[in-house]
Ligand binder design. Structure first.
Ligand SMILES: [Zn+2]
Length: 310
């Protein structure tokens, strides 16, 4: 197989990651052993038990939101602030160790990527969020079905937050937002943090734009590709004008959205390859969680939801 060629991450980019995972039943390892193994591999890590404390190195904490079977040990691996390519190299080192320990992901696990928002202007933030809404269906297409459309209560659809607005109306609503706070009210109503991009963390000490979208990831190749995709999507969105509502309108199919995202990321061959290889296209991906009826587009689902028969 040819080596995957990614465009390098700009050295100024700061980010962080959280992996929710499970140590398989019967493993000879425990939480403390994993932390020691990561430290020995050159990535200093501490096991803190249940803790929300921020530390300057990698940490392993327990996580009661993960549903594990008897004998399995759920945990969360949380990075410190990482920078550029060297930060991603640390992630890859960690994941290679975890592969050897025998970890897996299940439907209750996720992988969250945080992008430092301190250097994002309001305009740049609008570009990222608007573009994500434009391509939400294409991002869905490379993830497990449980993370797609409106299927996941912990990673809700940002398009859904705009209800039955057209793409043009949504685009203007985002572009007319006068502050980070009004952006967040639009994209994460009721200050709910459980959205694919979560804007609530913009207002915390470390100020990040959190992408909660992905299902749990337990191998280093997928981790590398997904993190690169989020970082480069943000960078490409930041330095260009936002994708116009006329490019991907609300009647476009998922295939149209995927073609649009591939074109948007076209200079990054490794990511184009990753997206192309992992697409699982469903013709009617937007499923009503009440009656399970499926729709081709998000707007059709939202219109159905607004007049839902009780
Ligand atoms: Zn329904």
């Amino acid at each position: 197989m040819d080596a995957v060629v990614y465009s390098p991450i700009h050295p100024h980019v700061r980010f962080g990651v959280e992996f929710e995972l499970i140590l398989v039943a019967g493993s000879a390892w425990n939480h403390g052993d994993i932390a020691s193994a990561l430290t020995q591999a050159g990535v200093p890590c501490k096991f803190l038990g249940y803790s929300k404390v921020t530390i300057a190195q990698w940490k392993i904490v327990t996580d009661s939101s993960i549903k594990a079977r008897i004998g399995e040990l759920p945990f969360e691996l949380v990075s410190p602030i990482l920078t550029g390519e060297s930060g991603l190299e640390d992630v890859i080192k960690c994941m290679k160790v975890l592969e050897q320990c025998g970890v897996r992901a299940n439907n209750s696990t996720g992988c969250h990527v945080h992008i430092d928002s301190k250097f994002l202007s309001l305009k740049e933030l609008k570009n990222v969020v608007s573009n994500f809404c434009t391509f939400e269906g294409a991002f869905d297409a490379v993830l497990h079905e449980g993370r797609c459309g409106v299927n996941n209560e912990y990673a809700q659809s940002n398009r859904q937050a705009f209800r039955a607005m057209s793409n043009k109306q949504r685009y203007h609503a985002i572009m007319n937002a006068c502050s980070r706070s009004s952006m967040s009210d639009l994209c994460n109503p009721q200050r709910d943090r459980y959205f694919k991009p979560n804007l609530q963390r913009l207002f915390t000490y470390n100020g990040t734009l959190e992408f909660r979208h992905s299902n749990g990831i337990s191998d280093h190749q997928t981790a590398e590709a997904w993190i690169r995709l989020i970082i480069q999507f943000c960078e490409t969105s930041r330095v260009n004008e936002p994708v116009s509502y006329s490019v991907i309108n609300e009647n476009c199919s998922v295939e149209d959205e995927i073609a649009g995202l591939l074109n948007f990321m076209k200079s990054n061959h490794g990511l184009v390859d990753f997206i192309s290889r992992n697409i699982i296209v469903t013709s009617f991906p937007w499923k009503c969680t009440t009656c399970l009826r499926r729709f081709a587009t998000s707007r059709q689902l939202m219109q159905h939801r607004e007049n839902h028969p009780t």
